[in-house]
Each structure stands twice: as C-alpha cells, then as structure tokens.
Write a protein of this length. Structure first.
Length: 355
C-alpha cells in the first residue's frame, strides 16, 4: 500500500445515512477519526436534512439531493473556517442527519382524570386517549432548542412534552366549548382541530409541528356511565306499567315451574303474584280508559215482595205491610229474591236462599 492509499484511507469521500428505525430523529454520522475530503459526495434522501456543525456551531444545512461539497455550496462553513476561494484541503466537521418525516401512531392519553363542569351532570371527571403524528419543521431550531450534542436522538425525547401539551389544550378546549358530556362524541373532529391550532405555536418554539390528532375516546367515570345505562334502559322499556305486568307474569310462570318452590310456599307465591297481577291489570285498564279510577260496582237492588192484603210492594221478608199494616204470612215470600213460597219452605226454589 502506497502513501497515497494511506492518505485516501484517512479521508471520507461519501457521506450518507439510511434509517432502519421508526423512532430516530437525529443521527450523528460516525467520522471514525477521519477527515472530510473537499469534493466529497453527500447524499441526502427524501425526508432527511444534513447539518454540518463546526466546533459546536451550526453551519450549512443540506436538503434532499446529491451534493458535491465545495466552498461554493458551503458558504457558512467557508466563512467559519476562513477558507479562501478554491480551498481543496480535507477538513474536520460533525455531520448530523435529521429525520423530517412524520412520526405516526404516537399514543397520548390522560394520566389522571380531568375535572370539568358539565351542564347536565355537574362536576365530572373525564379520561381521554388517542393518537397523533408530528415532524421536525425547523431543523435549525430543533437542533438548537432540543437536540443538544448527543450522537442519537429518538422520539422518546419529545414524546412526553407533546403528550402533556395535547392533554392540557384538550382540557381547555372542552371547558371553553361548553359541550355537554353526552355530545362530546359528536364533536371529536372539531375538538381535534382546535387542539392542533392551539398546540402548534407552542411546538414551533421547539422546531416541531403537530400534523394530526385523533381523539379515539372521551370516557366518563364508571358510576356516571352506570347511571346513563339505567336511564337508557328506562327509555328503551317505554311503558313501565306494561313492563311491571310482564315481570309479574314472568314471576308467576317461574314460581309455577319451580319444583323447589312447591307445596304451600309455592302456592303462597302464586297467590301473591296473582293478586299483584290482578291489581296491575285493573290499573292498566283504568289507565287505558282515560286515567280515571274505576267506579265501585253498584249495589244489587234489595229484594221486594207484594203485600198479601193490599198488594203494595214491600221489602221481602217483612212481617207487616208498611202501607196497610196487615201481617204477612211467615215464609210467604223469599227473603232473598221475593219469590212466593209455600208455607214451611226452607229453601227458595228460585234462588236457593235459605229461609
């Protein structure tokens, strides 16, 4: 190996980086102690940016494409190094590749319930979760404000900051919108748009942009959800009287079919259910008739008979006629229906009443 080959072995003539992860945001190119040859080829792929750093100071930034390094396309580095025009000597510099693609399917959620005031339920606690995507929008700002000097930077470094900013602004959005808890599901898209507009100015200071936000669910506390389920069940049942009648009928059927509840106990259950069922049916009939309570049945007219002397109508079983005062023959008329009886008759042949 000649001396020229040894010199070339200490120089870098091709600079590029391929990302084999989904989480790397910044990757420092490994120089391995070598120097960059003037005229070296720099390859920057789509969704990448290459940044040259001279002694800790940001210099030139290259976008996607194939670049031949020279003083003509490295004006900041040329000024920092005080290179003269046509400088061709090797030089040292740190090179960082920044991912400018969108980082997708990032999870966010409320670590603790958010206290809010609802127009229908009063004070409630809400939990929410979903996904979001973001990207580096300003490479220089991101490297200055977030990156630092590490050799590798992943989404873990900014994920917590973004999630907390989203949750904070979502809470503000729900509170300011005054949307009822029952109507939140119909306004997920509107709330997402509001949060994106509110969050991006804050992330811009870090060189980042929130590209999308999806609210998958906003849930109420378990006890509130149970109360809502009960209310929904009542709405589905509709007529509660009919439902109560149905339940009573089912109870009667189960009592009759239950072998363990036979004997007097089963009969008692059946009689009680039957009585309740009869009352419910009577109430339902009254309600269907217009809601007025059913009138008591009219008393049966008292039995009457004719006086044996004057023929006037008198109460059956009377011993004297109230019109003429004539004494009536005992047992002449039925004490129940007033039918004429033969003397000594013990039971009325018409109605069977005992005399």
């Amino acid at each position: 190996m000649g001396i020229l080959d040894m010199i070339r072995g200490q120089l870098i003539d091709v600079i590029e980086w391929t990302d084999n992860t989904n989480t790397t945001m910044v990757h420092k190119y490994d120089m391995n102690g070598k120097e960059i040859m003037m005229g070296a080829q720099l390859t920057v792929r789509e969704s990448q940016a290459a940044v040259f750093v001279n002694e800790g100071q940001l210099a030139d930034i290259f976008g996607p494409g194939r670049w031949e390094l020279s003083t003509s396309n490295m004006p900041i580095m040329t000024a920092l190094k005080s290179w003269k025009y046509g400088f061709n000597s090797p030089f040292k510099s740190d090179v960082y590749f920044v991912n400018t693609k969108q980082f997708l399917d990032m999870k966010w959620g409320t670590s603790n319930p958010v206290m809010l005031r609802d127009s229908e339920f009063g004070m409630i606690r809400l939990r929410a979760f979903g996904i979001y995507s973001f990207k580096v929008s300003n490479v220089e700002t991101f490297l200055k404000e977030v990156f630092g000097t590490s050799a590798l930077f992943t989404v873990d470094g900014v994920e917590g900051q973004i999630k907390r900013t989203i949750v904070s602004n979502l809470s503000d959005a729900i509170a300011e919108s005054r949307i009822a808890a029952l109507d939140l599901a119909a306004n997920y898209d509107e709330l997402s748009g509001y949060v994106i507009k509110a969050v991006n100015p804050k992330l811009a200071a870090l060189g980042l942009t929130l590209c999308s936000l999806v609210i998958e669910n906003i849930s109420l506390p378990e006890e509130v959800e149970k109360a809502m389920d009960k209310r929904t069940s009542m709405g589905v049942l509709g007529n509660l009287n009919q439902y109560a009648q149905y339940q009573a009928a089912e109870a009667m059927r189960e009592a009759a079919n239950n072998p363990a509840g036979g004997g007097m106990a089963g009969m008692g259950v059946g009689m009680g259910a039957g009585q309740a069922m009869g009352q419910m049916f009577a109430q339902a009939m009254n309600a269907n008739a217009g809601g007025a309570p059913a009138a008591a049945p009219a008393a049966a007219p008292a039995a009457s008979a004719a006086c044996s002397a004057c023929g006037a109508t008198i109460p059956a079983g009377s011993k004297f006629c109230p019109e003429c005062g004539a004494k009536q023959a005992a047992g002449a008329f039925c004490v129940s229906c007033g039918a004429q009886l033969a003397p000594g008759t013990k039971f009325c042949p018409e109605c069977g009443a005992k005399q």
